[in-house]
Design a protein around this ligand. Sequence first.
Ligand code: NAD
Length: 343
Amino acid sequence: LPVRSKVTVTAIPGDGIGPEVMRATQQVLAAADAQVEWEEALAGAEAFRRGIASGAPRETLDSIARTGVALKGPLETPVGHGEKSANVALRKTFEMYGNVRPVRELPGIRTPFSGRGIDFVVVRENVEDVYAGIEHMQTPGVAQCLKIITEVGCERILRLAAAVAEAEGRRKVTVATKANIMKLTEGMLKRVGEQVLAEYPSLSNEHMIVDNCAHQMVIRPEQFDVAVMTNMNGDILSDLAAGLVGGLGVAPSANLGDGVAMFEAVHGSAPQIAGKGIANPTALLLSALMMLRHVGDFATARRIEHALYVTLEEGRDLTGDIAREAEGVPTQQFVDRVIANLG
Ligand code: NAD
């Protein structure tokens, strides 16, 4: 066998259930002998407590800049203290403009949509739109938020969507916008989409009004292949899409920028179940598999994926959010089962 060199990855355990699902994921990767060396870094609530206004300390940013790859747990966004989101800070610092969220039916996870063959990718713009967080009070009682959309931003997210489609052998890109109402901002993604996607003859493309897109995702989700959207629309619709295939406990994602990639579960810190040892680590584990493929370790990713799928299919040791019986098992019992299934 060829000797594989170790890849250094920044690991940010994060808040709430973050440390629990991170430990679970690292255990599985270690058991599969993934050649990963972790560089643990702080971000989120503890960073805010230490007075770091961005929620992401210098050492954390330095680590990501050095490794170019991060696996991240959820970061709590403090409410009402005027702090910005540490997630947004990380995405902006490294200009991780693309959020790629695969939506795929998983074996053994029964949903009202099971058997429909749902398999698509939501590509969400990640740094523009209303998430710039530029808000102010115009007058007492009238708040205003700026929605920033640039041509450059539209072009790169559309090209990323096309690249994802091509890399995965997909055929169609759906550009979902609210261009009928916001003709300049949302309309820009539609207009640039018509130009840019014409350059990809192997891909068909269509435009869909985003509210109808939400409807279509529920009515006939199997029609989608790659769906690309501005930041907030993508945020909302990718959570909806996660719900179609088993929920937030099983939804992975990648944040991609030029030269930096950060992988994370779609879900948040789930404060209600934090510390109880019952969180589902599948979403972060699937994110880690995207990470392994990103660094070129396809064999280990496939091996872990197989063990995970077998575990889900067996259905005996599943966490409460996806358990078929009323009671779920602790995170550790699920992890032990996945590891046992590595064979
Ligand atoms: P959430 O995703 O934390 O929770 C939503 C629901 O899903 C809850 O019922 C929760 O118990 C359940 N859930 C989520 N992940 C689960 C898992 N792995 N296993 C089992 N059940 C799971 O969303 P929220 O409650 O709106 O947000 C909580 C905090 O997380 C907020 O501070 C929010 O800002 C933050 N957040 C962070 C990220 C991120 O870091 N990328 C994403 C979303 C929310």
